[in-house]
Design a protein around this ligand. Structure first.
Ligand SMILES: Nc1ncnc2c1ncn2[C@@H]1O[C@H](COP(=O)(O)OP(=O)(O)OP(=O)(O)O)[C@@H](O)[C@H]1O
Ligand SMILES: [Mg+2]
Length: 265
């Protein structure tokens, strides 16, 4: 593990198989190089963030409230401008990408705050995951595929999303993010607001998707310990800059990281 503000490759041999050419070349799918971004013109929230995600990896970002974790997602999805630095995705420079093009490029996002349409059914919410697609048959096929992955959603196809339990709603949000056959899913605190048992279930499902369909995930987690346990690698973000990086195991066993971010045990 390294304590660093610059990008360092920490290959751990844990990446699972994926069909992209990048996987064969062992190259990152996503590269964030020294990125600066912020909301107010003269004030940067991100001050030199560097991270990478290889195909088939689960990578977890942890750090205190207000560190800029969600801001990283906004910057790389085009909701915020990258003021300095570069973002590469699948060998393309996406530093200036717009959100609709990020989707087309193969990145989807499960946002931190609840994002379902509560008055719409499970089926209709899943359809929204492919709102750019005109081919109705293709949408139907994708929804059936999501129902195979999450039979609980199939059972509830006509139920209004807002009436489902917190865990079911999170599963639906993840299912919706998979509709577009993404190469990378960004998950902002998938366990937020969920009871411990439901959190476990959501993490198990993320791991299963990673194993079974080679899903590549960049995830932010407040449940730092559990998030790192299911991740290949992780980053600590502090004050708009990454300060530690390493394999999930390395971060979990590092004394400083444990003291500062994992409840000291
Ligand atoms: N829309 C906005 N306008 C102005 N400032 C913002 C906006 N969104 C976030 N910020 C500020 O940017 C900083 C980083 O916020 P961000 O949401 O990225 O933190 P975070 O690490 O995701 O925190 P949390 O763990 O609480 O989700 C905070 O100081 C926050 O107040
Ligand atoms: Mg956040």
């Amino acid at each position: 593990m390294v304590r660093t503000g610059v990008m360092t490759m920490t290959g751990n041999g844990l990446t699972s198989s994926s069909s992209t050419k990048l996987a064969r070349a062992g190259r990152p799918l996503l590269e964030i190089h020294d990125v600066y971004a912020g909301y107010n013109v003269d004030f940067d929230i991100l001050k030199g963030v560097s991270m990478h995600v290889k195909p088939g990896e689960i990578v977890c970002v942890i750090g205190p409230n207000g560190a800029g974790k969600s801001t990283v997602f906004k910057a790389l999805y085009g909701f915020l401008n990258v003021r300095q630095g570069r973002v590469l995705f699948d060998d393309q420079d996406i530093s200036d990408i717009r959100p609709q093009d990020a989707l087309k490029a193969g990145i989807t996002i499960v946002p931190q705050l609840r994002s379902l349409f509560p008055q719409m059914t499970v089926y209709e919410n899943l359809e929204m995951g492919m709102y750019l697609e005109k081919d109705k048959e293709r949408i139907k096929r994708r929804i059936n595929y999501i129902y195979d992955l999450f039979p609980r959603l199939a059972e509830r196809t006509s139920q209004k999303a807002g009436t489902m339990s917190g865990g079911e709603q999170r599963m639906l949000e993840i299912g919706r993010a998979l509709m577009w056959e993404p190469k990378l899913v960004l998950m902002d605190e998938p366990s937020a607001g969920l009871a411990p048992l439901i959190t476990k279930m959501i993490f198990r499902n993320i791991q299963r998707l990673n194993r079974e369909i080679g899903l590549t995930v960049l995830m932010i987690e407040q449940n730092a310990r559990q998030g790192l346990e299911i991740s290949n690698r992780g980053y600590v973000l502090e004050l708009g800059k990454n300060s530690y990086e390493g394999t999930g195991h390395e971060l979990l066993s590092n004394a400083e990281v444990r003291r500062a971010f994992l409840g000291g045990r």
